[in-house]
Design a binder for this molecule. Structure first.
Ligand code: SAM
Ligand code: SF4
Length: 458
């Protein structure tokens, strides 16, 4: 049995939120000025920002978030796609279409061959990075299910990085995932509020809050130092969730000397056969944008991931306030890249644009689509990644690697209009590389790609 954790301090969260309600404009401006130094802000300061409603101050918050994003990550936006391997699940989360008692769902666990076919379909879209994901069913989707899938995909496709989003495992299992070449291990706590967690997860292994919240500790013990966290916004008060999630991040910093690599911000969507018909704590677009901007400034070195749960235009808008990774061209049913089945989805997707269409809008907004997988392959993960990031060096790698992988994509997958638009973006992005030596090296590598060489990176 896992012990009750003490690092999510609910009383402290509530008292910070109480204090956060009282604040004046000067204080907010002082917090924003501090945030501009890219060193993060305290939980008490986050609490104050969470109550911001004033449009003028909100614009100032967005402005700081944008500044931090550009300074640390440059202009690149990393792209990936989820690969659902199974929708069978022994849990009964009230909000999810995969829940055990959902009789309306067509159940399916993909065979290894089918998984590879899906990965190939994702690759054909132009992706190089994917996220393996499924329900929790120990008989069908144990660690071997993941490691076999990873081995087969790495062997038979040009997918270069496989992240895994899976239910909590043992230290031994995480060791296996590490051996098989996992990129990031992702798991969402769903809600940091214990009582809400208890209500939302009535039965099954997932009913245990502590087993879930300690999953990443076990992953660290198993040698995985690249991890992603998240909360499902809409289950409980978003202000509580933001502070809970940041406390979770602080726990990793204190214990392992490194925070999570990414934070995901899923927002609750309608799901077929889910008993939760109303969203208990609705998060408006205005609040959601504020949440993203606050994460950007609170933990400047942590990537922020946004999925296709959000609408196309809103996703485009959120790029400017801090999102650094997005999924595109996604399906949420096992086998979905070859055959749609709206009775097998986990939840409804909002952004149905194809990958090239998403790339086009990224370019139009002045960003560079990136298919980079270099950090993980150069062992710039965990503490090493943070060393580079905190020294301001990660930007130096991100921009050139984004340019190189975008170029590959344009040559191998794009139609003429996108290629033309992309070449212009690349020229502009090259100019922005400040280090002359790096610029020359990048141009040389671009020429190699023109001649047919692939997978070159810094
Ligand atoms: N089954 C594993 C687990 O629960 O950890 C793997 C992840 S599950 C397939 C993916 C995530 O989808 C969940 O952690 C949850 O946050 C999110 N999710 C579930 N139902 C959702 C809904 N109706 N709308 C939006 N996100 C949802
Ligand atoms: Fe199963 Fe995960 Fe859905 Fe819960 S969220 S029902 S554990 S797939």
């Amino acid at each position: 049995m896992v012990e009750k954790v003490d690092f999510i301090k609910e009383d402290l969260i509530f008292s910070l939120l109480e204090k956060g309600k009282i604040t004046d404009r000067n204080e907010i401006r002082e917090i924003l000025a501090k945030a501009r130094e890219c060193k993060g802000i305290s939980l008490g300061e986050v609490a104050k920002l969470l109550y911001l409603e004033d449009e003028e101050l909100l614009e100032e918050l967005y402005d700081v978030a944008k500044y931090i994003k550009n300074k640390i990550y440059g202009k690149r936006v990393v792209l990936f796609a989820p690969l659902y391997t199974s929708n069978e699940c022994t849990n009964n989360c009230l909000y999810c279409g995969f829940r055990h008692d959902n009789k309306e769902l067509h159940r399916k666990t993909l065979s290894l061959e089918e998984i590879v076919e899906e990965a190939k379909a994702i690759e054909r879209q132009g992706h190089k990075r994917l996220l393996l994901i499924c329900g929790e069913d120990p008989r069908k989707t144990n660690v071997k299910h993941f490691t076999d899938a990873m081995e087969a995909i790495y062997k038979s496709t040009d997918i270069r990085r496989i992240n895994v989003e899976a239910a909590p495992m043992t230290v031994e299992d995480y060791r296996e995932l590490k051996k098989a070449g996992i990129g990031t291990y992702v798991i969402f706590q769903e809600t940091y509020h214990r009582e809400t967690y208890r209500i939302m997860h009535p039965v099954g292994k997932k009913a245990n809050y502590d087993w879930r919240i300690t999953a990443i500790d076990r992953a660290f013990e198993g040698g995985i130092d690249d991890v992603g966290v998240g909360a499902l916004f809409g289950l409980y008060d978003y202000r509580f969730e933001v502070l809970g999630l940041l406390m979770h991040c602080m726990h990793f910093e204190e214990k392992y000397g490194v925070g999570p690599h990414t934070i995901s911000v899923p927002r609750l969507r309608p799901a077929l056969g889910a008993p939760l018909k109303e969203i208990p704590y609705k998060v408006t677009d205005k609040d959601f944008k504020k949440i993203v901007a606050i994460f950007r400034i609170a933990v400047p070195y942590t990537g922020i991931i946004l999925s296709t749960r959000e609408r196309a235009e809103f996703r485009d808008e959120l790029l400017s306030v801090g999102v650094s990774q997005i999924s595109a061209g996604s399906k949420t049913n096992p086998g979905g890249y070859q055959e749609d089945d709206d009775h097998a989805d986990q939840f409804e997707i909002s952004d149905n644009r194809s990958l090239p269409k998403v790339m086009e809008t990224i370019c139009q907004q002045g960003y560079i689509p990136s298919f980079c997988t270099a950090c993980y392959r150069r062992c710039r993960t965990g503490e090493h990644f943070m060393e580079y990031a905190k020294a301001g060096d990660i930007h130096e790698f991100c921009q050139p690697n984004a340019i190189l992988t975008f170029k590959e994509n344009l040559m191998d997958y794009a139609d003429e209009p996108l290629r033309k638009m992309g070449e212009e973006v690349i020229l502009k992005a090259l100019e922005e590389i400040e280090d002359e030596k790096m610029k020359t090296l990048t141009i040389a590598k671009l020429e190699e790609i023109e001649k047919g060489k692939r997978d070159i990176y810094f």
